[in-house]
Design a protein. Sequence first.
Length: 290
Amino acid sequence: MIFQETYTLSNGIKIPRLGFGTWCIRDEKVEKAVQAALQIGYRHIDTAQVYGNERGVGEAIRQSKIKREDIFLTSKIAAEAKDYDTAMKTIEGTLAKTQMEYIDMMIIHSPQPWDEVNVSENRYEEGNREAWRALEDAYQSGKIRAIGVSNFNCHDIENILSIAKIKPMVNQILCHIANTPLELIDFCHENGIIVEAYSPIAHGEAFKIKEIEDMAKKYEVTVPQLCIRYDWQLDTVVLPKAENPEHIKENSQIDFVISDEDMNTLKQVELIKNYGEYSHYPVYANPGKK
Ligand SMILES: NC(=O)c1ccc[n+]([C@@H]2O[C@H](COP(=O)([O-])OP(=O)(O)OC[C@H]3O[C@@H](n4cnc5c(N)ncnc54)[C@H](OP(=O)(O)O)[C@@H]3O)[C@@H](O)[C@H]2O)c1
């Protein structure tokens, strides 16, 4: 059963492999969506300070009456918080907004503030080390049960590893058919870091790609199901987002296997180079030629 599948983080904590993404779901709508996901069986919810919906996510978890310890909740420190005090304040902010006694995992949302992503060469090494120290302290005080990073490349991870008392447990990265960072995934796995694949359906772009549509037909599944299963077979935690309850359910029905040959074909699908309004999305140099 997909919902029972977990990975074990480097500190022994289990993380459900299928998560429910909540980006672009407004606070007043997120309660309904998260409740639907929890009812369907999801036990891993992904939010972030910048999504502006942490209050609603916390409320949905409380209203669900599911035991708190049976749900894995992730939030993300704002990308702009690049000093110890600011990072610590934002962690307190997440605890206050969600009204949770603890958060299962918090991660640094981006190594660079959003307005510098794909624009500036500055990787904020010092600022990310500071934010990491705040995460380590919050972890050691018991407010957070696991810590990690997001959108970090190999250099950004090495920067954290150079000072870490606790190593990052996950790296949450853009990872989907037509933009798969295989080298970064290998690097994370070699360093004991679990990879979380965000935007598995390419934020909807996957529907426009003929090779994906054809392959979905071959397996008699939908485009989102093929996309989610592809990430699953790359040994990642997968984080699809859907507001429509039918989509939420469909995205958990991924109990089929893509053959090695077809995985290889999907790794070669031409790279998406332009995400339109989402210009902060990384386009990886390695389009899966492996
Ligand atoms: N760390 C980061 O920087 C970062 C960045 C981006 C995303 N994320 C995380 O990853 C999650 C997922 O990424 P995402 O929100 O970009 O998008 P996604 O999961 O790639 O795609 C979501 C879109 O696909 C549609 N969809 C989903 N399932 C469908 C189905 N079965 N049939 C038809 N349409 C379907 C959704 O429609 P409906 O909503 O209408 O159902 C929505 O428009 C986010 O919510 C967030 O938690 C993290």
